[in-house]
Design a protein around this ligand. Structure first.
Ligand code: MC0
Length: 146
């Protein structure tokens, strides 16, 4: 079961400038930053609100660390903007398997490491009406060192 919007991923050319835009314009502060070399991104998570399932919703600002990464390729083609949406679930393995059985391509055989120790997988945008869609199980609160 998918229980929240975990985050909206926004691709940008310059993470520091984009963070400053979100701070100065809306007052959103950085909750967490990290580099995920496997995904080829430097990212900042801005927490928007807690959610009723014990999780939270974030904006995720993404700057590519290399041109041939998913975000690097997407930025070169489209410029800055919304790159993906991510739904939160307590069981990313089960949710991915359910969705795979419905004929949607799940991009990873096993979930991989996402932001703040989460476990993530992606659904192919061509099977989701043009939206790259991520499924996320957050790390337990005491395992998150942000
Ligand atoms: C590509 N396409 C997209 C898209 N990326 N459509 C909507 N939203 C996107 N973000 C479309 C292209 O326009 C193209 O359509 C077709 O998909 C194939 O794209 P491509 O440029 O040839 O690229 P591929 O096929 O090599 O790769 C696309 C794919 C890839 C979705 C498989 O980007 C991928 O594996 N993404 C999942 C990983 C990811 O995005 N990581 C970055 C976030 P046309 O019509 O032109 O054929 S990491 C993250 O978010 C982590 C850190 C976290 O949340 O914790």
């Amino acid at each position: 079961m998918l229980t929240r919007i975990d985050h909206i991923g926004i691709a940008c050319f310059d993470l520091d400038k984009t963070v400053e835009f979100y701070r100065a314009t809306y007052g959103f502060e950085v909750f967490h930053t990290e580099v995920n070399e496997e995904q080829g991104v430097r990212e900042a998570m801005l927490k928007i609100n807690e959610t009723s399932d014990g999780g939270a919703s974030y904006l995720q600002l993404l700057e590519p660390t290399r041109e041939d990464s998913a975000v690097g390729k997407w930025l070169a083609k489209n410029g800055e903007g919304v790159h993906h949406i991510a739904f939160g679930t307590a069981d990313v393995d089960g949710a991915a398997e359910d969705i795979r059985r419905k004929g949607v391509r799940v991009l990873y055989d096993e979930p991989r490491r996402g932001s703040m120790g989460s476990r993530i997988t992606f659904l192919h945008p061509k099977d989701c009406h043009g939206v790259l869609t991520e499924l996320v199980t957050a790390a337990p609160p005491d395992a998150t060192d942000h």
